[in-house]
Design a protein around this ligand. Sequence first.
Ligand SMILES: NC(=O)c1ccc[n+]([C@@H]2O[C@H](COP(=O)([O-])OP(=O)(O)OC[C@H]3O[C@@H](n4cnc5c(N)ncnc54)[C@H](O)[C@@H]3O)[C@@H](O)[C@H]2O)c1
Ligand SMILES: [Zn+2]
Length: 369
Amino acid sequence: MPASRLRPDALSVDTDIRTYPIRFVHLADVSAHLNDLGLHGPRVVVITDENVAAHYRTPLVHAFEAAGWTPHVVVVPPGESSKSLDRLSTLYDTLLPLGLERSTPVCTLGGGVVGDLGGFAAATLLRGVPLVHLPTSLLAQVDSSIGGKTGINHTVGKNLIGSFYQPHAVLVDPETLLTLPAREWVNGMAEAVKHGFIADPELIDYTERHLVDILGHHDLEATVPAVRAAMHIKAQVVADDEREAGKRAWLNFGHTFAHAIEHVAGYGTVAHGEAVALGMRAALYLSHRRAPAALDHDRLDALLAQLPTPDVSGLAFEALWDAMRHDKKTKDGTIRFVLLHAVGDPFVADDCTRASVQRAWDFVQQSTA
Ligand SMILES: NC(=O)c1ccc[n+]([C@@H]2O[C@H](COP(=O)([O-])OP(=O)(O)OC[C@H]3O[C@@H](n4cnc5c(N)ncnc54)[C@H](O)[C@@H]3O)[C@@H](O)[C@H]2O)c1
Ligand SMILES: [Zn+2]
């Protein structure tokens, strides 16, 4: 019998440039893993944010020093505002005078913000130094640390400046999740469940059985198999997309509505993962309307309803529709939704009528009221 995808023996990301491993490790062992990956000290740069530094800076620095490394830690303020040109510039100002070499590894220790900012710094310092992600948020573990997207925001829009830059490895210490705020667990699980919907019915079944342990108790034994499965899916989608154009679009399941919800509610009011949870409910509703026989709507919607979301009763459909029409991913006014033929069988639909989309939003609003 093939190994369950929930517990694959080894995880790796296979790109045309390089295949790199995803390893589950203890933070204390990171330096040994760097050596094993052919990365050597004594110097190593660690980019992190204040929240993460408060918990993990000291143990990581001690572990590096005990192994004979000289870590340089750069701490940025937490939050999306650190993905800025100003912050990047400060990073260069701090790091370049250290006289880094092309071989000096840069580790990002934190969530997606630190990964995107630090990844872009690694991609551009000396035209590229080795990058290792140490993702500490659930979202970074299941999503942003894999795929090589790095970058910062501009006042014109999010993630508009950046590059594809694959890390040497992704080293995950699941125990870091124990200090993650509850709302960030929801953000991460929304993307993990999304990965299940687009590629893995087994992960959906698993999440149904374990979501209470994961979100309610932050039980790592229950969480880690879901993280592994979700990472595996993201790794496969981004690897396949290099050859089979378009698969990466499936990662936008739930995101057409999500981006509109974030935009209309005001960024930060509804967190991204919460918006994705609501957007997936709408997308599921649209999918079920098209193929009622292939999807057990009530069961799947009940799973999504377990992801806590804020009150969205004030978000008028007209405003959301307008935002969807003006989204940068909307071409020629045609709004695209990733829908499901079945769990694990997504497709892109560009023919959803306004009325059908409105019914989907009415459903979401009524069932969250
Ligand atoms: N590169 C990609 O492919 C990709 C994919 C998805 C999202 N993103 C980006 O990722 C960012 C969102 O990532 P995120 O949700 O991880 O946000 P984040 O990095 O802001 O982390 C969320 C919060 O949790 C805190 N935190 C992280 N780990 C912690 C821990 N172990 N203990 C205590 N606190 C911890 C952070 O300080 C922050 O306050 C966005 O900027 C988004 O654009 C990138
Ligand atoms: Zn997302």
